[in-house]
Design a protein around this ligand. Structure first.
Ligand SMILES: [Zn+2]
Length: 171
């Protein structure tokens, strides 16, 4: 089924042509827990990395969930907390050449994914990808709906549910 087919949106009651296949968080949840006036002093935030209080290390990742009806995956841009050594390997330019063949790093999800029970703390493997691409995340086995969804995929109807919320933030 083509993703460009107009779809009914239960939030606004109209039809949309657009179907976003990705959602990204700009910072790990722990960043937002720091009062805004303290973030400048306590947080270093970039598009793919975040350090809090010089002691907590986060990397951005792509978590793909298959959408069999569409063929393309839905991509969550999330954050994982990792050890300092893994953080440094992930962002070492000297390490970039041949990066894709490097072994995975391990981390714990640091973003609450909407529509699921608590997702923070789920264990992930992070597979390096070529320069400037977020590592690809594979959730470790756990009794959790997001783990199941990554294994089995989700129906297009679920993507439309996400899209309704993303197109109408705060609805
Ligand atoms: Zn709508």
């Amino acid at each position: 089924m083509p993703a460009t087919e107009p779809w009914y949106c239960r939030v606004c009651g109209g039809f949309h042509e657009e179907l976003p296949m990705a959602f990204g968080a700009e910072a790990p949840d722990a960043y937002y827990e720091i009062p805004p006036d303290e973030r400048g002093a306590r947080a270093k935030l970039g598009p793919d990395r975040c350090i809090l209080d010089g002691a907590r290390w986060f990397v951005k990742l792509s978590l793909e969930v298959p959408v069999p009806e569409d063929g393309r995956p839905f991509v969550w841009g999330l954050w994982a907390e990792v050890e300092q050594s893994a953080f440094e390997r992930a962002h070492d330019p000297a390490h970039t050449a041949g990066h894709e063949s490097a072994p995975p790093e391990f981390g714990a999800l640091a973003t609450r994914v909407p529509g699921y029970e608590e997702t923070r703390g789920l264990k992930v493997r992070l597979y390096p990808r070529p320069f400037r691409q977020f590592p690809l995340a594979r959730l470790e086995p756990a009794a959790h709906a997001l783990v199941e969804d990554q294994l089995r995929g989700i129906p297009l109807a679920r993507v439309r549910e996400y899209a309704a919320l993303l197109l109408h933030p705060g609805a």
